[in-house]
Design a protein around this ligand. Structure first.
Ligand code: SAH
Ligand code: SF4
Length: 394
C-alpha cells in the first residue's frame, strides 16, 4: 500500500519553480506522470488520466472544478499542488489585433507570447527560454543578458493563458477554434532547450490534452545542426530555419552560430530532415536588412544554395528595435528580391509585420523595461553581445 500522505515528488522537481506558497506546479506533467502521481497518492491509475484531461483539455483552474474527482482527493491535491498560471505582468493589444502577454513565472523571470489573429487562423508565438544565449545581430532578444530555459510547464502555460483569454475551454473542435497554430518563434532557441520543448509539444499534440496537431506546430531554429534531425524524428513538427544570408561570410557576421554550424552543414540537415517532402517543406526565414543581404546577387546565390532542398521562403521586413544598428530594406528592393526568387520557382511571400506598435513583431521581444536612449541601448547591446560571446555559449 503506498504511503498516501507523502507522494513521491522527486519526479516533479522538473516541473518548474515552486509557487510562492510552496505548492508544486502540476502543469507540465504528462499523462504517465499524472498517473504515477495518482497511484502514489493511493488512487486508481485512471485518476491520472482524469487529472490530465481536466488540466489540458478542460482548462481547470482549481481542483474544485474537477467535479468527478472525489472531494477528499481534490483536497489532498490542493494541499500539495497548484494549477496556477504565471502572473501576467503586462498585456498589450496592437491596433492590428495582435496581443502580447508578458508572463512572470514563479521565480520572477519573464518571457513573452504573442497571439496573431488572421481571417482563417490564430497563431500563438511562444517562447522557449528567458532571453537567448545566441547573439544574432538583428534580434532584440539576442541583446538580453539573463537567460534560463523555460520548463515544460512554463512553455505550456503560455498556451493555456491564451486559451483562458479566448475562452477556448474545453478545447473546441478544430473548425471553431481561434487559437489554431503554434509557432516556437518567441524568445529563445528551442533546440537549446529541446527536452522541455519536446515534452511540452507532446502534451500539446495529445488528443485529450491541448490537442493541436503536429501539422499546425512550427519550430524555428537559428540552425543548431546536431539537434535538427531529432526534432524531425521525435516531434515530427514543421521546421523553420532562420537563414537570413546566402553565404557564410554574411551569415557569420549577422548570426555568429554560423561559425559553428556553417551553411553546408545546415543545408545537409535540411535536405535530410525526417519527413521532408515537396508536400511538407522547410520554411526558410529571411529578414530583409538594408545593404546587408538584400541585393539581387544575394537572391541568386540563395536560389543556388537551396536548389535541392524541399523548401519555401518567408521574406520578413526587418522589424526595428531601440538601439539596433540595422535598417529595413526598401519596399522596391524587397520586391525585386522576391521576383528573382519566384522566377526561379520558389514560393516566397513577403510577410506583413504584425504588432510592430507594441514591439510584438518577429525579433522585437525583450523583457526589460529600462528606459535608455538609443545610443545607450546600442552600447548596452554591444556589451551584452561581447559578454555572451566571451562566455563561449555557442
Ligand atoms: N531562436 C529561433 C526562434 C525565435 S526568432 C530562431 O532564431 O529561429 C523568430 C524569427 O524572427 C527568426 O527567424 C528570427 O531570425 C527573426 N527575427 C529576429 N529578429 C528580427 C527582426 N528584428 N526583424 C524581423 N525578424 C527578426
Ligand atoms: Fe536567439 Fe533566434 Fe534571436 Fe538569434 S534570432 S538571438 S537565435 S531568438
Amino acid at each position: 500500500m503506498p504511503d498516501t500522505d507523502r507522494p513521491d515528488l522527486t519526479s516533479l522537481a522538473a516541473a518548474g519553480p515552486i509557487a510562492a506558497d510552496g505548492r508544486l506546479p502540476l502543469i507540465g506533467l504528462d499523462k504517465a506522470e499524472m498517473t504515477a502521481l495518482a497511484v502514489d497518492m493511493g488512487e486508481k491509475p485512471y485518476r491520472g488520466t482524469q487529472l490530465f484531461q481536466w488540466i489540458y483539455s478542460k482548462g481547470a483552474r482549481t481542483f474544485e472544478d474537477m467535479t468527478d474527482v472525489s472531494k477528499e482527493f481534490r483536497t489532498r491535491l490542493a494541499d500539495t499542488f497548484t494549477l496556477e498560471r504565471p502572473k501576467i505582468a503586462q498585456e498589450q493589444l496592437s491596433e492590428d489585433g495582435t496581443r502580447k502577454w508578458l508572463h512572470a513565472f514563479a521565480d520572477g523571470q519573464k518571457a513573452e507570447a504573442v497571439l496573431i489573429p488572421e481571417d482563417d487562423r490564430g497563431t500563438l508565438c511562444i517562447s522557449s527560454q528567458v532571453g537567448c544565449t545566441l547573439t544574432c545581430r538583428f534580434c532584440h532578444t539576442g541583446t538580453q543578458r539573463l537567460v534560463r530555459n523555460l520548463t515544460p510547464g512554463e512553455i505550456l502555460a503560455q498556451i493555456m493563458v491564451a486559451r483562458d483569454a479566448l475562452g477556448e475551454w474545453p478545447t473546441p473542435k478544430d473548425d471553431s477554434r481561434r487559437l489554431t497554430n503554434i509557432v516556437l518563434m518567441g524568445m529563445g532557441e528551442p533546440l537549446y532547450n529541446f527536452e522541455s520543448v519536446k515534452k511540452a509539444m507532446q502534451i500539446v499534440m495529445t488528443g485529450d490534452g491541448i490537442s493541436v496537431s503536429r501539422h499546425r506546430i512550427t519550430l524555428s531554429t537559428s540552425g543548431v545542426v546536431p539537434e535538427i534531425a531529432r526534432c524531425g524524428e521525435e516531434l515530427r513538427v514543421n521546421l523553420a530555419i532562420s537563414l537570413h544570408a546566402a553565404n557564410d561570410d554574411v551569415r557569420s557576421q549577422i548570426m555568429p552560430i554560423n561559425k559553428k554550424y556553417p551553411l553546408k552543414e545546415l543545408m545537409e540537415a535540411c535536405r535530410t530532415y525526417p519527413g521532408v517532402s515537396n508536400a511538407r517543406r522547410i520554411t526558410f526565414e529571411y529578414v530583409m536588412l538594408k545593404d546587408i543581404n538584400d541585393s539581387e546577387a544575394d537572391a541568386r546565390a540563395l536560389v543556388a544554395l537551396v536548389k535541392d532542398v524541399h523548401c519555401k521562403f518567408n521574406l520578413i521586413p526587418f522589424n526595428p528595435w531601440p538601439g539596433t544598428p540595422y535598417e529595413c530594406s526598401d519596399r522596391k528592393t524587397i520586391e525585386r528580391f522576391q521576383e528573382v526568387m519566384t522566377s526561379a520557382g520558389l514560393t516566397c511571400p513577403i510577410r506583413t509585420p504584425r504588432g510592430r506598435d507594441i514591439l510584438a513583431a518577429c525579433g522585437q521581444l525583450k523583457t526589460d523595461s529600462e528606459k535608455l536612449s538609443a545610443k545607450e541601448r546600442r552600447v548596452q547591446a554591444e556589451e551584452a553581445w561581447a559578454e555572451k560571446e566571451a562566455q563561449l555559449v555557442l
